[in-house]
Write a protein that binds this ligand. Sequence first.
Ligand SMILES: [Zn+2]
Length: 475
Amino acid sequence: MYNIPIMTNFKNAHKNIKKYIKKPHFQVFALSFSLCMIFFFIISKQSGSNIAPVAELDSEVAPIDNNIRNTLSNNIPQKINSFFGDMFSGLKEYSFEVKKGDSLASILSSLGICYSEILEVSKAIDPISSTSELKPDNDKLIVRVKPIDNQDSKIKAELKVLEIVKSPIYRVKAEKTTDGFRTMEEKSDITSELVRKEGDVPKGVGLIEAALAQGVPYNIIDKFYEIFSFDVDFERDIYPGDKFQIMYENLYSDDGDYIGNGDVVFASLYLNSRQQEFKLYRYENEKGIVAYYDETGKSASKTLKKSPINGARISSKYGKRKHPILGYSRAHQGIDFAAPSGTPIPAAGSGKVVFKGWKNGYGNYIKIKHNGTYSTAYAHMKGFKSGIKVGSQVNQGQIIGYVGSTGLSTGPHLHYEIIKDGKHVNPLTIKLPSIQNLSSQEIVKFNTNKDKINIQFAVLDKNFSQFASLIDINK
Ligand SMILES: [Zn+2]
């Protein structure tokens, strides 16, 4: 991975929070929140219920604070009391976040619901979504009950509605009717919005900071790095004056709730030092595989990575140098990447392990044959990943071993070589072949798609977002 500017990230988050607090909708929320708190105190004082409310519920599903949870004894499902239901329908509503150890029975019985009712609702829901497979830290339950006022009984409530919220766009609901529970699924369609962001890399600031400053979410920056990683070495190629453009999706449910980021649809990077612009377009090929391609339809992903360990500093370049231990000049046939001892080493490309073991000055050494032309080698390793043997098939990015200082080495580093047709080549300057290239027939489709993306990018205001149907773009 590349270096993550954690401080900048925090600083940025802090700035965002400040900005948010100033927004009118936050102030309205803060006011209603305070009113809720006052209401909650009055109601909890008056109510004779033995179900102790944990917190007030402002929306349908409220997250339960882990600190509150931890102060309560183990495996007692935590509930959030809602008084809105009380006031309008005589029903009480509770919301639970499913935690490890919780079950539908444990949650519902904690509300004083009788066991036969729990069994009945489970039977009704099970054909749609197995109630024995609630996902901890994901699923949420919303329960509406009618309180039963009977001092002598353990049964304190009658179940009226149970909702299992699986995701912001999917929930299963059971409602009590005169003939038992009626179940239904509620699915919401996803609407996507395209967002365009762009900016320059100013002096003294990295690309991540520059993109964060333009409001590009962190996971989108991550994706941007990933798709360019075969062409650009982000540790060494980025300079002030470089420019970036990103168009990506924001996803919303039917109700307009923000779900998260979708894909990067288009990205460009202009490198000042090379006077070179890279453009990548998302395209779903005939096999249904989504990948990124340059303007000519060449795949962004290459057979090999230029530097296997993202973000590692180069401690020795390729070419003639004075050997640090032997003392005389000889060609350095690889690149040295300084990294702490034990740093995992991913395979630069997929292929077959053809050597694994001790190799003289190389120390612990692995060689991978990628195809008839290319091989890569990794030296001075501390150790090998268990399960890696001569003959093992490895995928690009799969961990093969760990950085060390075995053999003729002065400190922990990865010595990395690319061998082309039996000859060593400079990993940083060699042009590597693309994989997953498009057929000539598909290029026509790709070009149509690319033109649409270009138009979409052009019509979007800079650093503003606009609702647009991505389905149109891809067809
Ligand atoms: Zn070396």
